[in-house]
Design a protein around this ligand. Structure first.
Ligand SMILES: [Cu+2]
Length: 365
C-alpha cells in the first residue's frame, strides 16, 4: 500500500546521471545539426553534379513509410506538399514506474486524481523544396486537451484546454537518395508559440492554472533533429528513424520540459496495388522536468507535480496508407496508424497511454 509513496525531493535537485545523459544527447543533437549544415553547404556547391529522382518521393510505391511518420522524405526542386494530420490519444490508468497505482492510495498525497485524459492534435504541414537538396517544412499544431478528475474520491469534474501549439520549422536534406533507399537528415527549431498559462475555473469560481500536461506549449525554443533511413527490397519496405528534442533555457513559468529521444523501426508491404500496410515499434524516452511553476500547487494533483513527468514508452503502431494517384489530378496519399502501448515505465504517479490514432492526408504539387 505504501510502496508507491515516494520521498518527495526538492524539485531543484538534478541527478548527476541525468546531467550526464543530457550532455550526451545534447552533443549528439549538436553533432547531427552540424553534419546537416555541412551536407547542405557541400551539396549546394556540387549541386549540378548531382541528379536525383524527379518524383515526389512520399508517394513512391517502392519505399514505404508509416502514415504518422514525419520528416522521412524530401521533394524535388520547386515542389510543394500540403498535409493535414490528426492525432488522438487516450490515457487512463495511473502508473508509477511500470506498476499500476490505485486511486485510494493517491488520495493520501493529492487533492485531485486524474481519471482519464484525451488529447487531440490537428496539424497543418507545408513542405517546399528550394532545391533538390534543401526542403523546408513548417508544421502548425492546434491542440485540444480534456481531462476528467475526481476530488475527495467522489466528485467528478472536467478541465479543458485548447489552442495553438509550438510551431516547428525544419530543414530536410537527403544524404542518400536512390531508387530503393534513402537517408534523410532533419534539423529544426520548435518556436514557443504555444501557451504555458492555460487556466481553468474551479467550483468556487476561482481561476487556477492547469497542470503541465494541460498546457499547449513547452515555453522554450527547442532544437529538433532526426535521421531517417527508408529502404525497400522487392515488395517489402523497411526503415528506422532516430530523433531528438533539446529544450533551451527555462520558460517564463520557471521550468523546462524534459528533453526527448524517439526511435521508430518499421516494416511494410504493398497489400494491393495502391494500398500499403506497415507495422512499427515506436519508443520514446523523455527526461524528467527541470524546475517548477510557482503557480501550480504541487499537491493539487499529479499533473501539477513536476516529478510526475518523463519516462519510457514503447508502442506498436499498425498502419494503412492508400495512394490517391489516380483519384486526384495531383499526387497524394491518405493513411492512418493505430498504436497501443507494449511497455511503459513512467516517472509517476503519471497517466499512462491506452491507445493512439493518427490519420494523415498529403497532397503534393
Ligand atoms: Cu512532403
Amino acid at each position: 500500500m505504501s510502496g508507491w509513496i515516494k520521498t518527495k525531493k526538492k524539485v531543484t535537485d538534478i541527478k548527476v546521471g541525468n546531467m550526464e545523459f543530457r550532455k550526451i544527447i545534447k552533443s549528439i543533437c549538436i553533432t547531427v545539426t552540424v553534419i546537416a549544415l555541412g551536407v547542405v553547404s557541400a551539396n549546394a556547391q556540387h549541386h549540378d553534379a548531382c541528379e536525383i529522382e524527379h518524383e515526389a518521393v512520399h508517394v513512391s510505391e517502392k519505399v514505404l513509410s508509416p502514415a504518422g511518420l514525419m520528416g522521412d522524405h524530401v521533394h524535388h526542386k520547386g515542389s510543394w506538399m500540403f498535409s493535414y494530420m490528426y492525432m488522438g490519444m487516450m490515457m487512463d490508468e495511473i502508473l508509477e514506474g511500470s506498476s499500476k497505482v490505485n486511486h485510494s492510495s493517491l488520495m493520501e498525497s493529492y487533492d485531485m486524481i486524474p481519471e482519464q485524459m484525451f488529447m487531440q492534435m490537428h496539424m497543418i504541414g507545408v513542405m517546399y523544396s528550394v532545391s533538390d537538396k534543401i526542403t523546408l517544412m513548417t508544421m502548425i499544431p492546434f491542440l485540444q486537451k480534456s481531462m476528467d478528475h475526481s476530488m475527495m474520491g467522489h466528485h467528478h469534474a472536467n478541465m479543458m484546454s485548447s489552442g495553438l501549439g509550438d510551431v516547428r520549422l525544419t530543414l530536410l536534406t537527403p544524404v542518400i537518395q536512390g531508387n530503393n533507399h534513402r537517408l534523410i537528415l532533419n534539423a529544426g527549431l520548435s518556436v514557443p508559440t504555444g501557451s504555458t498559462n492555460m487556466s481553468s475555473v474551479n467550483m468556487a469560481g476561482d481561476e487556477y492554472k492547469m497542470g503541465y500536461g494541460m498546457q499547449t506549449g513547452s515555453g522554450t525554443p527547442d532544437i529538433m533533429t532526426a535521421l531517417t533511413y527508408a529502404g525497400s527490397s522487392g515488395r517489402i519496405g523497411y526503415g528506422a528513424q532516430l530523433s531528438g528534442i533539446i529544450r533551451l533555457g527555462e520558460n517564463q513559468s520557471g521550468y523546462r520540459q524534459g528533453d526527448m529521444i524517439e526511435n521508430s523501426v518499421w516494416i511494410g508491404t504493398n497489400v494491393m496495388k495502391k494500398t500499403s500496410m506497415t507495422i512499427r515499434l515506436l519508443t520514446t524516452w523523455q527526461d524528467k522536468m527541470h524546475g517548477h511553476d510557482e503557480m501550480m500547487p504541487m499537491g493539487a494533483m499529479p499533473t501539477s507535480d513536476p516529478e510526475c513527468y518523463g519516462g519510457l514508452k514503447s508502442r506498436v503502431m499498425t498502419g494503412l496508407a492508400y495512394n490517391l494517384m489516380n483519384l486526384l489530378p495531383v499526387r497524394g496519399s491518405i493513411g492512418a496508424e493505430l498504436g497501443v502501448p507494449v511497455y511503459q515505465y513512467l516517472n509517476g504517479p503519471q497517466m499512462a497511454d491506452q491507445w493512439i490514432i493518427t490519420t494523415s492526408l498529403k497532397i503534393s504539387i
